[in-house]
Design a binder for this molecule. Sequence first.
Ligand SMILES: [Zn+2]
Length: 167
Amino acid sequence: MSEQAVVDNLEFARRGAVLRGELALAELGRLRETLLSSQGTLNYTLSGKTGAKGECLLECSIDGKLVLQCQRCLDALEYPLHVISTLKVVKGLTQFDDIGDEEEYVDSIPASAAMSVSALLEEEILLHLPISPLHAPGACRVQNGVKLVKEERTNPFGALAALKGKL
Ligand SMILES: [Zn+2]
């Protein structure tokens, strides 16, 4: 099911609204470029909140599995995704200056009467992905910079041995 939800993000936060749903990976164009497989869905919860100082907050929680590409061996790497982030909805750009040091850990997004939920969540996922995903040491086909011969599909030494056998 495609998720085309659009919300007024300030209103959503003030009301303390909660939206739960699924995101189809195939429909997340920017994220899809980083994936080896675009099959499957992610579960999300978007919760509106009001902070201690009356600020409008959105809490995103996203869970699921992604298939990334290991940047060492180029094989598939299953990546469990758990994103939990809080975003502050800020009206107008001038207020960015007022965000104090104490709240540096909270990212800000502009107030919007028609914010695309899937675009927001996709952005959050992209921010949380490893820049260079790698298998754990020992689980990767490439060890110490050398590909393991037994996993090699075209083994040049094997070909040489076969050639020698014919001579
Ligand atoms: Zn690897």
